[in-house]
Design a protein around this ligand. Structure first.
Ligand code: ADP
Length: 551
C-alpha cells in the first residue's frame, strides 16, 4: 500500500459525521414533513419525524436509567416497525451500539451472537417472544429485556434479568435528550453475517461509515431517495441494516412505510395498494412471490418508481416480469461487510433496449465509496475486461476486520489481504466497470476440471415459463468429479419434462454444462434472509432425501 500524504492542511472544520447530528437534522427540519409508519392488516400507525425524535429521546433516557452508557451494545429483536426505527436512531445517537439481531438464525446462533457482542439489553417485539425464548436461556451478558407490544411476563429470561414493558418505560421519560458529541470512528451499529457459508461473524459500522453510505443510498446513482418518496424496506432491519434505507430516509427526508411481520404476498400487495410507496428494497424471492400473486390478482403497482433487488442474483425473468408491471428493478450487490451497498446496476447513459437489459443483468458499477478489483487463483490482479477472479473491495464503508472482543481470538482474519476484503464472490469486470458475479467461490460447480456457474444455470432454468424457482448445486460424480444438479419448483399447475428443460438450456450452455441430474421439489430451502440454502440441499442430497432423476 502506498503511504497517505498530507501536503498542506485544509481550512475546513473537523466536524465529525455523527448519527446524533443526523437525528437532530431529520427530526428538526423534517419534523412534520417526514413520516415513519408501521403497516399491519388492521391499522397503520404513523409517527412524524418530530415524534420520532421525541420517542428516541424517551428511549435514550430509559436506557440511560437502566445503566446503559456509550459503547454498550443494545440488541434489537424486531421486525421493521416504528419502535425498531426508534431504536435505530436513539441507540447510536446516545453513543451506544445498536446490535440488530437476525431473528431467523438458529437459536444457538442467536445466543452466540448476543454473547459475542455482549449485549446488555435486548429490545424485543412481543410477537417474537417465542423465538427469543428459544435462545435467551444461554445468554450470559443481558441484564434487561424490553418488550414492545406484548406481555413481558412471557419472556423466559435467566434469573436476575429484569423485564420491562416498552410503553410503560418510555412514558415515564422526558422527551428531550442531550445527545453527545461522538467521534465519527466510534462503533454505531453491529451486524452479524447471516452465516450462509459459515458461522455468523460480526461487523461494527462506525458513525462515519453509516453517514457516508447513507449519502450513496440517497444519491440518484444509488437508491435515489428524496423528500417526495415513500420507501418500503421489505429487507429486514436485522439484515445488513435494511440496506441503509432507514438512515437514508433520515438523511433525505423520505418517509418510511414498514411492513412489520406481514411479508407474504397477500398482505404485501394490500400494503402496496393502500400506501403506494415509490421505492422498495427486497431479495429476489420476495418479488418472485409478489409477481406470482399479481398474476392471479392483478393490481397496479406502477407507483413504485424503482425497486432495489439483491442479496442473491436477480433472475432476468423476474426483472422483465416487473418491467411489465411498470416497475424498474435495479440490481445491487453487497454484503453485511460492505454496509451493504457495494455496486449497483443502473445502465450507462444512452444505452437502451437489449443492451440496457444486458447491463441491468449485471451486479453493476462500484459505488464511489468502494474500490473493487478481481484477483485470480495465483493472487494476481486481473485487469478489467479480462478473465474472472475473486472480487476484492476496500473503502470507507467496507469493514477492515471482523469484531473480536478484547482478549479473544481474531475471527476470519483470512478474509482480509493487504487492506482489501476478500468477498468470496467470483466475478468478471467489463472495461466500463460493470461487475458480473459468476458465483460464490463455494457454490461454483467444477465438472471435469471446468467451471459451471450455478447462478447462470439457475437464472436460465427460472426463465422457463413452467418454473417458479430453481437451485443448482454440484454433486459428486465418479468420472467428472462434480456434475450439476438442478432442483426445480414448478409454477402452480404447470408441467414440464426434463428433456424440455434441457432443450431450453441448449442455446445458452455448452453440451457438457447441461445438467443431467434433476429433482422436482415443493419448495427451495431458504436461509434466514431468504436466499436459496444450498447447504441444506447438499445435505438432503447426501442423505438420499432428494428424489433425483438422472437423464
Ligand atoms: P451472508 O454472507 O451470510 O449470505 P450477506 O447478506 O452479507 O450474508 O450476503 C452477501 C453475499 O450475498 C454476497 O457475498 C454475494 O454472494 C451475495 N449477493 C448479494 N447481492 C447479490 C447479487 N445482486 N447477485 C448475486 N449475489 C449477491
Amino acid at each position: 500500500m502506498t503511504e497517505r500524504i498530507l501536503p498542506l492542511a485544509s481550512t475546513m472544520q473537523d466536524e465529525h459525521l455523527s448519527l446524533a447530528t443526523l437525528l437532530r437534522h431529520a427530526t428538526t427540519w423534517y419534523a412534520d414533513a417526514g413520516e415513519v409508519a408501521t403497516w399491519t392488516p388492521e391499522k397503520t400507525t404513523r409517527m412524524s419525524f418530530g415524534e420520532l425524535g421525541r420517542e428516541a429521546a424517551r428511549l435514550a433516557n430509559a436506557l440511560t436509567a437502566l445503566g446503559v452508557v456509550p459503547g454498550d451494545r443494545v440488541g434489537t429483536f424486531q421486525w421493521n416497525n416504528n419502535e425498531h426505527m426508534t431504536a435505530y436512531v436513539a441507540i447510536p445517537a446516545m453513543g451506544s451500539v445498536l446490535h440488530t439481531i437476525n431473528i431467523r438464525l438458529f437459536p444457538d446462533q442467536i445466543t452466540y451472537i448476543a454473547n459475542h457482542a455482549a449485549d446488555r439489553v435486548i429490545i424485543t417485539d412481543g410477537s417474537l417472544i417465542p423465538q427469543l425464548n428459544a435462545a435467551i436461556g444461554g445468554m450470559t451478558t443481558i441484564e434487561h429485556v424490553i418488550v414492545v407490544d406484548g406481555h413481558k411476563d412471557e419472556v423466559e429470561a435467566p434469573s436476575g434479568v429484569q423485564l420491562h414493558d416498552y410503553r410503560d418505560l418510555l412514558d415515564a421519560q422526558a422527551d428531550e435528550y442531550d445527545w453527545p458529541e461522538i467521534d465519527e470512528r466510534a462503533a454505531a451499529a453491529a451486524c452479524y453475517t447471516s452465516g450462509t457459508t459459515g458461522d455468523p461473524k460480526g461487523v461494527m459500522y462506525s458513525h462515519r461509515s453509516i453517514w457516508l453510505h447513507s449519502t450513496a443510498v440517497c444519491a440518484s446513482y444509488g437508491l435515489g431517495m428524496g423528500p417526495n418518496d415513500t420507501v418500503l424496506p421489505i429487507v429486514p432491519m436485522f439484515h445488513a441494516m435494511s440496506w441503509g434505507t432507514p438512515f437514508g430516509a433520515l438523511m433525505s427526508g423520505a418517509s418510511l412505510i414498514l411492513p412489520d411481520r406481514y411479508l407474504q404476498p397477500e398482505p404485501m400487495t394490500r400494503l402496496l395498494a393502500e400506501e403506494r410507496p415509490t421505492i422498495s428494497a427486497a431479495v429476489p424471492a420476495v418479488w418472485i412471490g409478489i409477481v406470482n400473486h399479481l398474476d392471479a390478482h392483478p393490481q397496479d403497482i406502477s407507483h413504485l418508481r424503482h425497486i432495489a433487488c439483491g442479496g442473491s442474483a436477480v433472475p432476468l425473468s423476474l426483472a422483465k416480469a416487473l418491467d411489465r408491471h411498470g416497475v424498474q428493478v435495479v440490481q445491487a450487490w453487497g454484503m453485511t461487510e460492505t454496509s451493504p451497498l457495494a455496486s449497483i446496476a443502473w445502465p450507462p447513459r444512452g444505452v437502451t433496449g437489449e443492451e440496457a437489459w444486458a447491463y441491468r443483468n449485471t451486479q453493476g458499477r462500484f459505488f464511489p465509496g468502494v474500490q473493487g478489483r478481481l484477483v485470480d487463483d495465483l493472487g494476481e490482479v486481473v485487469p478489467a475486461g479480462g478473465e474472472q477472479g475473486e472480487v476484492q473491495v476496500r473503502g470507507p464503508w467496507v469493514t477492515g476486520s471482523y469484531y473480536s472482543p478484547e482478549g479473544s481470538e481474531p475471527v476470519g482474519a483470512d478474509k482480509f489481504e493487504g487492506g482489501w476484503l476478500r468477498t468470496g464472490d467470483i466475478g468478471k469486470l467489463t472495461a466500463d466497470g460493470y461487475v458480473t458475479l459468476v458465483d460464490r467461490s463455494k457454490d461454483v460447480i467444477k465438472s471435469g476440471g471446468e467451471w459451471i456457474s450455478s447462478v447462470e444455470l439457475e437464472n436460465e432454468v427460472m426463465a422457463h415459463p413452467a418454473v417458479l424457482e430453481a437451485v443448482a448445486i454440484g454433486v459428486p460424480d465418479p468420472k467428472w468429479d462434480e456434475r450439476p444438479l438442478v432442483a426445480v419448483v414448478l409454477q402452480p399447475g404447470a408441467e414440464v419434462t426434463i428433456a424440455e428443460l434441457q432443450e431450453h438450456l441448449g442455446g445458452k450452455f455448452a453440451k457438457w454444462q447441461i445438467p443431467d441430474n434433476w429433482a422436482f421439489i415443493a419448495e427451495v430451502p431458504k436461509t434466514s434472509v431468504g436466499k436459496f440454502d444450498k447447504k441444506v440441499l447438499r445435505a438432503q442430497h447426501a442423505a438420499g432425501d432428494l428424489s433425483v432423476v438422472h437423464e
